[in-house]
Design a binder for this molecule. Sequence first.
Ligand code: 5RP
Length: 280
Amino acid sequence: MDYGLKNRISRMIRPSTGRSVMLACDHGYFMGPTRRLENPRTTIAPLVPYSDVVSVTRGVLRASVDPEWDVPILLRVSGGTSILQDDLSNEGITTSMKEAVRLNATAVSISIFVGAPNEKETLLNLGRLVDEGEEYGMPVMAITAVGKELEKRDDRYLSLACRVAAELGARMVKTYYCEGFSRVVDGCPVPVVVAGGPKLDTEADVFRLVRSAIEEGAVGVDMGRNIWQNDHPVAVIKAIDAIVHEGATEKEAMGLFLESKAKTQELASPAAGRPQRSRR
Ligand code: 5RP
């Protein structure tokens, strides 16, 4: 692997642990001002110190992420449809590789919709993006999107979708956690991270999902709503960090969450300072 690609991947997946906590904030490109992501800067700023990577579109990157913030960017480059459509699979590439390089992205991400009406186009888009990414030393993450059909998220479907993504050249895959998740990871020869999906009922559910995903082979999470839709997002991400990077159990994560919730006054405003990642 060339230096550029290798270096970028090592900025995404922390070399000391081989794992990553990615903060997903790219929902607006088809969902609009998602609850608690209405003002992306306000949501993102307090979480940057605890994120290995932040996932955004170029619009949010320019408007809501300070260039001085020391955090690698996973740039979402697919889109072209919105939740007003029944079929969300009609996506193209919205941002060129040249633009991704100009924005100093560390990696780019694209959805694929296996089994959906526009399966072929999204898979060919992935292939083209990988061709360009390899040329520029830019890792491509494929996201196994299911659109509105959340019930599709079982191990047979996700194994198929992740494997197809890896075969077409994705350097990383983002998918969902499911029962039998280890089979999904075993069949996918590149690192897998999990999304959180819609907000779960309790923090315990979130920590269980993360712990199970890690135990079953995920290298980390690329998670959004279950962090920033929580009333205590910093406490949640700190607990997730402990599971991902330190092998904390669900119980330990809950202890950390409660401790941090009690102690920490959540930063509500970006005026509070320039976020710096605490460690790498
Ligand atoms: C939006 C995405 C999100 O990045 C992904 O779903 C992770 O976010 P969440 O944990 O909220 O599901 O791909 O299209």
